[in-house]
Design a binder for this molecule. Sequence first.
Ligand code: NAD
Ligand code: GLY
Length: 380
Amino acid sequence: MDTGMSVTDSSLETVRVDLGPRSYDILVGHGALDQLGPRLKGLLKRPRVFVLTDENVAAAHRERVELLLKASGIESDWLALVPGEKTKSFTNLDTILGWLLKGGAERSDILVALGGGVIGDIAGLSASLMKRGMSFVQVPTTLLAQVDSSVGGKTAVNSPHGKNLIGAFYQPRLVIADTELLATLPPRELRAGYAEIVKYGLINDPAFFDWLEDNGPRVVALEPDAITHAVAVSCRAKAAIVAEDETEAGVRALLNLGHTFGHALEAANEYKPDLLHGEAVAIGMALAFRFGAGQGITPKEDAVRVRKILEAGGLLAEIPGRQGGPYTAAHLVELMKQDKKASAGKVPLILARGIGQSYIHPDADLGAVEAFLKAELLES
Ligand code: NAD
Ligand code: GLY
C-alpha cells in the first residue's frame, strides 16, 4: 500500500501531498533545513529568492537560513514583519506585493515563507496574487504551522468582518518542516501546536492517539525521534484528507474538529493572546467529545481520555474562568450561529463516535449546545 510517506535518510521523512500537477513534498525532521538550498535550486530559474518572515523568527533564524542559501549559491531578499495575528492584514498584503514588485520579482521566482501560520498564510496569498501566481515554499517554524497551516494550500488575511475571510486555495511547491527550529519557540506556542497533533489521532487514527498517550510528553519535550514521528504522521494525515478534498467540499471539514467551539471562544475573547488558537482548539475538542457523550454519541470514557491527554500536554480541557469568567453560553451560541452553514437553530459540528471515529454531524441542535455550555460554565 502506498502510505504517501517514505524515509529519505536516517533522520528525515518525506510526506507527499498528492494533488496531480499541484503535488509537493513535505520534508520533516531535525536538520531538514539543510535541504532548503539544494531543493530550491531544482525549482528556481535564477539563483535568487524572496524570504518573508517576522521579526521574532528573523532574530532567531535569519542568519542561518541566509548562510544556507548562500552555500547553495542563492541570493535572498528579506522582509521581516511585526509578529502577531494583526500582521495578517490587507495593508501588509499591499506592503508585501510592493516589496516584491520593487525587488523585480518575476513569476518564476520563489517566495519563501519562513515563520508560523501568520507568515505562511499571508505569504501564500501574496504569492497567489503576484503576477497571477508566483511559486512559494513554506518553511514553517511553529509546531502549529508544521502540522497544519503550511500544508494544504489555505491562504488568507483577516478583515474587520472576521478572520481569514479574504483568501485563496494556493498550494506551495515544497514544505520544509525542520523540527529543530522549534527549539526557540515559546512553550505555550509549542503546546498550542500539540493540540493540533492530538486532533489527527481523534479524527481517524486511534493507534496514533494511543501512541500519543504514551509519548506525548516526549513530543512536547522535542525529543528528535518523537517530534519527527508526530509531525510526519500529522502531515501524512492532513495530506490524505487534502488529497481527497482540496477545497473543503466535504471530508476536509473533519480538520475542523474542535474548531466550532474553539472559534466561538476565540471570538468571545476578542482574539486576545491569552487564548491562542491551538489552546482554543484543545478546549473545543474536549467540549465536542463531552457534548457527544451527553448526546449518547461518544463513549463517556473516550471523552475522559481526551481530557487526560490534553491536560498531560499542558493544555486546558475546559472553558477558562467558568462561572464568572469572560464567557457565557448564550454569547458562545450567538457566535456559533454566525457559522455560514448554521440555519434554523442547527449548526454542523464535528463529533465522534469514539477516538479516531470523527464525523460531520450536519445539524447539531443549538438549544442542546446552549444547555450543554451552561452546564460546562456552571451557569444556573
Ligand atoms: P504565529 O505565526 O503568530 O506564530 C506564533 C508566535 O511564535 C509569533 O510570535 C512568532 O513570531 C513566534 N515564532 C514563530 N516561530 C518561532 C520560532 N521558531 N522561534 C521563536 N518564535 C517563533 O502563529 P501560528 O500559531 O503559527 O499560526 C496562527 C495562524 O495560522 C493564524 O492566523 C491561523 O488563522 C493560521 N492557520 C492557518 C491554517 C491554514 O490551513 N492555512 C491552519 C491553522 C491556522
Ligand atoms: N486547518 C484546516 C484546513 O486546512 O482545512
